[in-house]
Design a protein. Structure first.
Length: 416
């Protein structure tokens, strides 16, 4: 399940402990130094900031132009259909027409570096927020929430937002691309009205030792995992700010024949706005346990959502299958010995996806879209659930529920 050929962007950094060069994938959360063997969890307040270093032939004063980098799953609900796509793009964050609208292939050709509070150079303040940028074919998408449009709603889920600074110089009265060493269309004073940002503590990249806060043992996890586990005391941890916080988890019963355990977020959420009225539900939902029954918690539903990024159609299919089939037999709290697939979708983004999952489970009706966009969804409890899968050729299969998934889709999902 490890990534073998990885086309993701690379980040060059130095090991904070020994100074040796380290190359990270854009999706990596852990810096692992092959020289001193230290493993550190990376923290970036807000969103990560990177810059592209200018070419050696550019000796002029460099200004760094901000570009938003957006990746994630975009869903739009129009009348009775859900459309989805993967967003993976950059967009200039300044209202300066002569700048390239995107970074194109530059970050694939040149490694990125962390832009920190002590990075030298003139970094410019973004003039366009990440909510306001134009991304081809899916604009504007408000991250993690909905955009009101007549007859449709759109959501951007599992998003990774980062900022990439691109170096430009002034040469011969024109702006100059200091990376490819070629002129841009704009005059040299095109950036004169742009301001430098306040570079405070939010620009600091932090490193947290990957040691179990409970017993001091080395925490395990793949480089891109948001949750690390301790095999010594059987605990799971996620980084919140500058420290690890214990993660409540359960594991489905297994037989030791399974090859890998996939993580899911088990979410209990209160749905306000579609509560049954006079014994009739406003629209029918296919197979969500607890919904529509005035038992213990008539308006609290339980969802099981993939805790990993995967292509949108597989994400919805898995969430529907797992949610509607329920958990039988009852899971328990013990870490399995087999490999754990990395958690790459934060729980907050899993909660944001519930509206899309509900939309995919709803029986289409004229009022469905309006009800879905208007209802309030409040998570009551979230917990990580490890579910056993066996590998059969190109498929990963859950043997009890007979739910299959393409390993190819899982591979590409790790690059979202
Ligand atoms: Zn080192
Ligand atoms: Zn421990």
């Amino acid at each position: 399940m490890r990534r073998s050929v990885n086309p993701s962007w690379k980040i060059r950094h130095e090991c904070p402990q020994c100074g040796a060069p380290v190359v990270l994938d854009e999706t990596d959360r852990i810096l692992a130094c092959s020289y001193c063997r230290v493993r550190l969890y990376l923290t970036c307040p807000g969103h990560p900031r990177y810059y592209l270093a200018p070419g050696e032939s550019c000796s002029e004063d460099i200004q760094y132009v901000p570009y938003w980098r957006l990746k994630g799953m975009a869903f739009s609900l129009r009348t009775n259909h859900i459309f989805h796509k993967i967003i993976d793009s950059t967009a200039v964050a300044l209202n300066v027409p002569s700048l390239p609208s995107t970074l194109g292939s530059r970050p694939q050709v040149f490694p990125l570096r962390f832009a920190a509070s002590d990075s030298t150079g003139s970094f410019l303040e973004p003039g366009i927020s990440s909510d306001g940028v134009s991304i081809e074919g899916a604009t504007p998408i408000r991250h993690g929430s909905r955009v009101h449009r007549p007859g449709s709603s759109e959501w951007f889920i599992g998003q990774t937002i980062s900022m990439i600074y691109f170096p430009v110089a002034s040469r011969g009265g024109f702006l100059h691309d200091a990376l490819f060493d070629r002129p841009l269309a704009g005059p040299a004073d095109a950036l004169s009205g742009c301001l430098p940002p306040h570079r405070g503590s939010r620009w600091t990249v932090g490193f947290v030792p990957t040691l179990c806060p409970n017993c001091g043992w080395d925490l395990e996890g793949e480089p891109d995992s948001l949750v690390l586990t301790c095999r010594n005391c059987g605990s799971a941890w996620e980084c919140a700010g500058e420290q690890f916080k214990e993660v409540d988890f359960l594991t489905m019963p297994h037989t030791e024949d399974e090859d890998i355990f996939l993580p899911f977020w088990k979410i209990r959420a209160k749905l306000d706005g579609i509560k049954p009225v006079s014994g009739a539900v406003p629209f029918r939902l296919a197979g969500i346990p607890g919904f529509g029954y005035k038992a213990r918690e008539e308006d609290v539903c339980r969802f099981i959502v993939p805790a990993f990024k995967i292509q949108p159609r597989h994400f919805l299919r898995l969430a529907r299958s797992m949610t509607s089939r329920g958990l039988h037999p009852v899971p328990h709290r013990a870490l399995p010995r087999s490999a754990l697939y990395p958690v790459t979708l934060p729980r907050a983004q899993a909660v944001e996806s519930l509206r899309v999952i509900l939309a995919s489970m709803a029986v289409p009706a004229p009022r469905t879209l309006g009800l879905l966009t208007e209802m309030a969804i409040s998570p009551v409890h979230t917990r990580l659930l490890y579910c056993p899968f066996i590998v059969r050729g190109s498929e990963c299969i859950q043997p009890d529920m007979q739910i299959g998934m393409s390993r190819h889709a899982m591979y590409w999902g790790r690059l979202i």
